[in-house]
Design a protein around this ligand. Structure first.
Ligand code: NI
Length: 191
């Protein structure tokens, strides 16, 4: 397995909607393994294929009880509301309170091709919604209200102007390394 570079805000692949996976082959299994390693190393609680530049409908997740991949995931039911700080590995160093469904029903396939059907709530439900959004080309920025979004875009623009991209990324990583409230951030795996 190897770590893959994570695409960040501004990369057009993050806006692309992914086609369904038709065959679970060697290449897909290798990709899932690499994505799990990349997610753990970040560290994060979820990672979608588009975030490593691959247009395949698959994400991986690990909220603390083992890493799993879901192929062709679909949210078939959603209920309730929960607002919580949320970030994204592709928008490093930033987090916002985002309202999402509190409970969801996720359906899809595992890497053996078996049907997966999971009733999730709280953090896991949030991760599922966030990752399925990625596979539909939707970043969490689009889940912000108008004012939050305006602020976020201004900050991202300023970051892009003031620092070379790598330096900005490193600085963000340092800045939020010890901020516990980012617990639900993709990159903040609860420990
Ligand atoms: Ni994300």
């Amino acid at each position: 397995m190897s770590q893959l570079p994570i695409r960040t805000f501004g990369d057009p692949v993050l806006k692309s909607s992914t086609p369904e996976v038709l065959e679970i082959d060697e290449a897909l299994l290798r990709l899932a393994g690499d994505m799990i390693e990349t997610m753990h190393e970040a560290p994060g609680v979820g990672l979608a294929a588009t975030q490593v530049g691959v247009q395949k409908r698959m994400f991986v997740y690990d909220v603390g009880d083992g890493a799993r991949a879901v192929v062709n995931p679909r949210i078939s039911a959603a209920d309730g509301e929960w607002t919580y700080e949320e970030g994204c590995l592709s928008v490093p160093g930033m987090a916002w309170p985002i309202t999402r469904a509190k409970e969801v029903h996720l359906e899809g396939r595992d890497l053996h091709g078996n049907e997966v059907s999971i009733e999730a709530d709280d953090l896991l439900a949030r991760v599922f919604q966030h990752e399925v959004d990625h596979l539909d080309g939707v970043l969490l920025l689009e889940r912000l209200d108008e004012e939050q979004r305006r602020d976020a875009m201004r900050t991202l623009r300023e970051m892009a102007l003031s620092l070379p991209l790598d330096a900005a990324r490193d600085a963000d990583r340092d800045a939020d390394r010890d901020v516990a409230r980012y617990a639900s951030q993709e990159m903040r795996r609860p420990r």
